[in-house]
Write a protein that binds this ligand. Structure first.
Ligand code: HEC
Ligand code: HEC
Ligand code: HEC
Ligand code: HEC
Ligand code: HEC
Length: 229
């Protein structure tokens, strides 16, 4: 026979564990604490946004999603479906970042002539460069311009050194010192490399360690999605 004395101490840890997990589940579901679930927490590019601004509910009920994925796993359905939240796509970003004059708007690179570059760096997808939960403005480095601008040679080139010189000497890390990839910022393109921000400044910026060296934002980024265009 087990005495009451022995039972109590044995149950205490179990009860505590149940209470603790209950508290954790409740806390995790409350929006106050949602940042706990972010893979990076304060490293995020958008620490001020609620998760749902990007992670929107997937189509169908949880049961339908479960059944579809189970069938896919069993081989009786060709494709699986999104589970809980939809996969992030360009439109999730473009609802707030609306720059109609972006010379590198991703949709431009769906043309067949960019197929090789698409396979290498995926310029047609925002998230191939911007790593939300790694806190990096760009994980694609700063020399990939060569994929598409290898033949640049301007008549009456205003740049010093000239583009022809930079390309011939493969100085591809110079490009982002003068140029702003999407033209999001107000500063004018410098003509002389000595007037441009230092390479280290650009690298720190791309790693998410400092603000843009190309000046203030030209077209405001929206704080909430879906406001009229
Ligand atoms: C600005 C948009 C944005 C916001 C806001 C955002 N995320 Fe993400 N999240 C992404 C992108 C992009 C990915 C990469 C996966 C993808 O492409 O679907 C991702 C991936 C994830 C993943 C998968 C793990 C990983 O690293 O790939 C988790 C978990 C996640 N996010 C949780 C959160 C939580 C929790 C919040 C709120 C605190 C949040 N996210 C806010 C854009 C966002
Ligand atoms: C709900 C609106 C919203 C959505 C959705 C959104 N952004 Fe943003 N984004 C903003 C705002 C507002 C800022 C300015 C944040 C600040 O100044 O701290 C910003 C800043 C940024 C920055 C600069 C971050 C920095 O540290 O300077 C990048 C890069 C960016 N967004 C890319 C993206 C990408 C890629 C997506 C899609 C995965 C996305 N955004 C989705 C509103 C949004
Ligand atoms: C091939 C890489 C690449 C792709 C794809 C890309 N970007 Fe960028 N993005 C960059 C680089 C590089 C910068 C830094 C620009 C600069 O200032 O020189 C940048 C800067 C930004 C900024 C400005 C951050 C700041 O400091 O204010 C925003 C916002 C942004 N991108 C959003 C997007 C969105 C939205 C998409 C998809 C529609 C996208 N980007 C696709 C490379 C990329
Ligand atoms: C996937 C191909 C591709 C890549 C990679 C690429 N560009 Fe471009 N770039 C283009 C195309 C296409 C245009 C012309 C867009 C248009 O018709 O206005 C362009 C235009 C430009 C312009 C002229 C901008 C304007 O306002 O007319 C500059 C400057 C530029 N790119 C710089 C860069 C820099 C710097 C990089 C590297 C960080 C880069 N590009 C990477 C394809 C690319
Ligand atoms: C010293 C600064 C500087 C550097 C470095 C630089 N550029 Fe430029 N670039 C300019 C200026 C100035 C223009 C003239 C247009 C303007 O004012 O934006 C220009 C124009 C361009 C154009 C537009 C050409 C057109 O047909 O209108 C492209 C594309 C371009 N640069 C790509 C690059 C690439 C790729 C690199 C890296 C090899 C690079 N630039 C390096 C300053 C620079």
């Amino acid at each position: 026979m087990v005495s009451i004395k022995n039972k109590v101490p044995r149950r205490v840890p179990i009860i505590l564990a149940v209470l603790l997990s209950g508290w954790l589940v409740v806390s995790f579901e409350s929006t106050d604490h949602e940042r706990w679930k972010s893979p990076a927490g304060d490293l995020d590019l958008h620490p001020q946004l609620n998760c749902e601004q990007c992670h929107q509910p997937a189509a169908g009920t949880t049961r339908q999603q479960f059944q579809a994925n189970l069938k896919h796993w069993l081989g009786t359905r060709e494709h699986g479906v999104d589970w809980m939240t939809r996969a992030i796509s360009n439109s999730d970003c473009l609802d707030c970042h609306r720059n109609s004059e972006d010379p590198h708007a991703p949709h431009l690179f769906l043309e067949p002539k960019f197929e090789e570059t698409r396979n290498e760096i995926h310029p047609e997808v925002c998230t191939s460069c911007h790593a939300e939960h790694d806190g990096a403005i760009s994980i694609t480095g700063n020399t990939y311009c060569f994929h598409c601008h290898e033949n640049i040679d301007l008549a009456n080139d205003p740049a010093q050194p000239s583009h022809l010189y930079l390309v011939q000497n493969k100085e591809w890390d110079s490009c982002l010192r003068c140029h702003d990839y999407h033209g999001n910022h107000a500063d004018k393109t410098p003509r002389n490399l000595t007037d441009a921000p230092a390479l280290l400044r650009i690298e720190e910026y791309l790693e998410g360690k400092s603000d843009s060296p190309h000046g203030n934002i030209k077209i405001p980024y929206l704080e909430t999605r879906g406001a009229p265009r």
